[in-house]
Design a protein around this ligand. Structure first.
Ligand SMILES: Cc1cc2nc3c(=O)[nH]c(=O)nc-3n(C[C@H](O)[C@H](O)[C@H](O)COP(=O)(O)OP(=O)(O)OC[C@H]3O[C@@H](n4cnc5c(N)ncnc54)[C@H](O)[C@@H]3O)c2cc1C
Length: 338
């Protein structure tokens, strides 16, 4: 059975154009898409936003207002040199989740075709490729996406009433750029490239790294704690290796202690120890109140769990969703490189 995702359509607003950059230069398809977006935004009485991602992306941002953009989101980072479609897709998905555009337009260029399907999948919405015409229902914001079908014999108009954002690609030279109007002004929002979870962890561990902390739980600056999700003593051996690498101590939930996977001295919580580490990494611990009372004063809490809705994942400063047995080796590999 396919799970249905219900979204609140009213939360989604504005027409986005994903700008195309080549060696930092804004490509003509960007201006063409802004021209099309302007017409849609006027009909819908909302704004046109252009997203520029890449090394040197900030340079031409201000020039886009004259062509009809109200807001430019710039993600300018030297790590985005060249075309990093995987990273750009992740950045875009995060921006989409944050700002919730109603429509996202991208050029049906080599780059656009590599980038935007990834984004559509990760954002859980559809994508209409190679549109030749775009209009919008001003009442409900449904994008009417016209494109050739059946080998070009008919023109189909595709509507996407249930999901937001609505995503479409348009080939270069199909839409027209507006004549520039230099009196137009707008705003620029700068966003950073977000590190991968492994990078984040690596940085935090570097900050809090302290070999002295390995001695015992109550004095430890870094605690790597495991719960029932560690599956057995073997899982705790992985945590001990991890703790050794980062100079931390190993903690445990009562479920793990009661199962005999690790001695009671490691138990954190109401009937175990109360800890105040700088960094507490909870691995496969759901975070029942009896555990939380023992560690909630830790400075930075990282949770790794396959279930994003556990109390521990909700209270963590960084919640990493996934299988511990994949994520911890990944982090250890990253640490080994440094
Ligand atoms: C009087 C009393 C006192 C207590 N005192 C304490 C105490 O001091 N300390 C304490 O900890 N508990 C204490 N408890 C027990 C507490 O209520 C919980 O039962 C216990 O904390 C649960 O342990 P857990 O989070 O490890 O297990 P679970 O609640 O079973 O959570 C396991 C987690 O692992 C995740 N997981 C499983 N496999 C994977 C995987 N491969 N990758 C990623 N995630 C995975 C699951 O999604 C789940 O979130 C006490 C209870 C009582 C009644």
């Amino acid at each position: 059975m396919i799970a249905k995702t219900y979204i609140e359509k009213a939360e989604y607003r504005n027409i986005w154009v994903i700008g195309e950059l080549l060696s930092g230069e804004i490509q003509p398809v960007t201006y063409e898409l802004i021209g099309a977006a302007r017409g849609l935004a006027d009909a819908r009485q909302c704004e046109v936003w252009t997203v520029l991602i890449g090394a040197g992306a900030g340079a031409g941002a201000g020039s886009l207002f004259a062509y009809g953009t109200d807001t430019v989101v710039v993600v300018d980072d030297s790590r985005l040199d060249g075309f990093q479609d995987e990273i750009e897709a992740k950045v875009l998905v995060r921006l989409i989740k944050k700002y919730k555009p109603e429509v996202v337009l991208c050029g049906a260029t080599t780059r656009g075709r590599a980038l935007i399907p990834r984004v559509a999948v990760m954002a859980n919405c559809g994508l209409t490729a190679d549109c030749t015409g775009l209009s919008i229902d001003p009442e409900n914001g449904d994008l009417l996406q016209t494109r050739p079908a059946f080998g070009g014999n008919i023109l189909a108009t595709i509507r996407c009433p249930n999901h937001r954002p609505q995503m479409a690609t348009v080939r270069p030279r199909v839409m027209k750029a507006l004549e520039p109007d230099i009196s137009r002004v707008g705003r620029i929002i700068r966003e950073g490239i977000l590190d991968t979870d492994a990078d984040k962890m690596k940085r935090i561990i570097e900050i809090f790294h302290s070999r002295e902390g390995a001695l015992n739980l109550s004095d430890a600056q870094v605690i790597i704690a495991g719960g029932r999700g560690m599956k057995g003593p073997e899982g705790f051996r992985l945590l001990k290796d991890f703790a050794f690498r980062v100079g931390g101590a190993v903690g445990a939930s009562r479920a793990a202690v009661d199962s005999g996977w690790i001695p009671y001295a490691h138990q954190v919580g109401q009937t175990g120890q109360t800890v105040q580490a700088k960094l507490y990494i909870a691995c496969g611990i759901s975070g029942q109140i009896q555990h939380l009372v023992g560690m909630q004063s830790c400075e930075t809490i990282v949770a790794i769990d396959k279930d994003p809705d556990t109390p521990m994942m909700q209270m963590a400063d960084i919640a990493i969703v996934g299988d511990i047995f994949e994520i911890i080796p990944e982090i250890m590999n990253e640490l080994a490189k440094s």
